[in-house]
Design a protein around this ligand. Structure first.
Ligand code: XMP
Length: 520
């Protein structure tokens, strides 16, 4: 395995994902010194916090130090211990990780007069194993204000850019590599090749595949759960469906899947989910809780409050079902990696509290929570689903947020608004399917804005529906899709004609960032 040590950069988990694309298992951890006083600044990262002894125990083939928002010369910045560079395993430092390597080994890092941000051309000089097969002039993604000024002994620069004399450096005898740019970001044209070269330098066997992940996870679940009973929160989305099938393979009938219809699902979705799981060998319970959720949401307009309320109500419903079933030890959830990072468990800023992580109530009637997909990215979850033999209509389903239409209705959620957004969304989905448009995620949402229109001879004062459609590979960044105008026109006409209470349709053409995919 290759170990990624997290220093808090926004895109750190992408490093793990890119390494895994080389069929090498990769874990992300935060490094602590083990000394509580010294560690007070080390916030929990994506994985568990570990110390140097634990790093040695893991016997990684290689170590990657990530980027992050700190400066090495600041007091209390998180720095790796020098020993990490003497373990005899290759180390790749990326951005802050590169600066930290140089600083700890006796070089110097200073604030740069010119920050480099965005696509930048670098020139590679000399022969470096890290850049084997990479063009001499290549475009990389830079994002830094500090820069490496002096290299430690036995290091030499291997690449430079117009504003950065040390865009990459290395000590090849000790297999220590430092890159100022981000090879994990797709804008780095040859980033994949560079990370693949690092995997070769590490000598890792490229034998980590989704079938081994699936079978290993199933046996881990068996060991962990034993003869205990598991309750799985099934939403019908790809994540919880894959988690449910994995769990049913591990514990069979000791698994009960509870599908809570919170009344905030897409049109006909509850019936579709029920039909899909009718064929599986697991206990399936459907709870109609629409009225209960609406009552809790009455008068609530603030997005984070809505998320928390929906998340908590979910858990309350599960607790009640668990009590009826009796002696339930584990609650299973389909949490995936992006949920974990965006809930602010790492050092990245809190963006939204995803209900299945950040909004979890602290008092909970289960012994433990199992999250078999916690380390997987969305596309890896889909691969796992295919491995498990799930049908394509579930495996390739577009993501749907746990709080459902609750966060696609700006302002207070009412039964009338839910109906409007369900009907508008069904029309949008039907037209996208009819025109065979490839999109990563698309939906209709309801703004809280009413405006004046004219229908027949009469004045209307109705809601505006917003259409959102994005293209993305990781859901961390996304581009608004350029949908054909005729299709948008058809959708808009159909919505204003067929959905009562709507007289205007808008298209959201913002990318993420600065917007997010969902509206709340
Ligand atoms: P944002 O809006 O943060 O969404 O750009 C990124 C992806 O996450 C989905 N999403 C959620 N998924 N629970 C989930 O399971 C949530 O609370 C939640 N909020 C957003 C969103 O649909 C998109 O795919």
């Amino acid at each position: 395995m290759i170990l990624v040590l997290d220093f808090g950069g926004q895109y750190n988990q992408l490093i793990a994902r890119r390494v895994r694309e080389n069929h090498v298992y990769c874990e992300v951890h935060t490094l602590t010194t083990g000394d509580a006083a010294a560690d007070k600044n080390v916030k929990s990262g994506l994985g568990t916090a570990i110390n140097l002894a634990a790093v040695k125990n893991l016997k990684p083939d290689g170590i990657i130090l990530t980027g992050g928002p700190q400066s090495v010369y600041e007091e209390n910045s998180s720095l790796p211990p020098a020993e990490i560079f003497s373990l005899g395993v290759p180390v790749l430092g990326i951005c802050y990780g590169a600066q930290a390597m140089v600083h700890v080994l006796g070089g110097s890092v200073k604030k740069s007069e010119v920050s480099e941000y965005g696509k930048t051309e670098i020139k590679i000089g000399g022969a470096s194993k890290l850049f084997a097969g990479v063009e001499k002039n290549t475009v990389v993604w830079m994002s830094h204000t500090d820069r490496i000024c002096e290299l430690p002994a036995n290091f030499s620069a291997t690449a430079d850019s117009e504003n950065c004399p040390v865009a990459a450096a290395e000590n090849p005898a000790r297999n220590l590599y430092a890159v100022q740019f981000h090879p994990e970001v797709l804008h780095t044209v040859e980033g994949k090749k560079i990370l693949s070269n690092f995997v070769d330098i590490c000598g890792s066997a490229r034998d980590w595949t989704m079938d081994t992940f699936v079978s290993d996870t199933i046996s881990e679940l068996k060991n962990k759960i034993g003869g205990g009973k598991v309750l799985c929160a099934l939403s019908g989305g790809v994540d919880s469906s894959v988690a449910a099938v994995m769990l049913s393979k591990a514990v069979g009938k000791n698994l009960t899947c509870v599908f809570v219809d919170h009344g905030l699902l897409r049109k006909n979705e509850a019936a579709e989910v029920e039909a899909a799981f009718a064929n599986y060998d697991l206990n399936f319970i459907k709870i109609d809780a629409g009225a209960r959720f609406l009552a809790k949401l009455s008068g609530v307009t603030e997005p984070e409050r809505k998320r928390k309320i929906i998340g908590e109500e979910f858990i309350r419903v599960f607790e009640e079902v668990a009590k009826q079933i009796g002696a339930v030890d584990f609650l299973a959830q389909g949490t995936i990696y992006p949920d974990v990072i965006e809930s602010g468990l790492g050092k990245s800023a809190v963006i939204k509290s995803h209900h299945n992580v950040g909004g979890l109530p602290s008092v909970i009637d289960f012994k433990e929570i199992v999250e078999p997909l916690r380390l997987l990215f969305k596309d890896e979850v889909r691969q796992a689903g295919r491995e498990l033999g799930l049908p394509e209509n579930i495996v390739s389903r577009q993501p749907f947020p746990g709080p459902g239409l609750g966060i696609r209705i700006i302002g207070e959620v009412t039964a009338e608004k839910v109906q409007i957004v369900q009907d508008a969304d069904a029309i949008f989905r039907a037209e996208v399917a009819r025109n065979k448009i490839e999109l990563s995620q698309y939906f209709a949402a309801l703004t809280n804005m009413r405006s004046v229109g004219v229908m027949g001879d009469g004045r209307t004062y109705d809601y505006a529906v917003v259409l959102r459609a994005v293209l993305t590979s990781d859901f961390m960044t996304a581009e608004a899709a350029q949908i054909d105008w005729n299709v948008l026109n058809t959708v808009a006409n159909r919505i204003v004609n067929e959905v009562k209470g709507v007289n205007r349709v808008l298209y959201d053409c913002t990318s993420k960032p600065p917007a997010t995919i969902e509206l709340e």
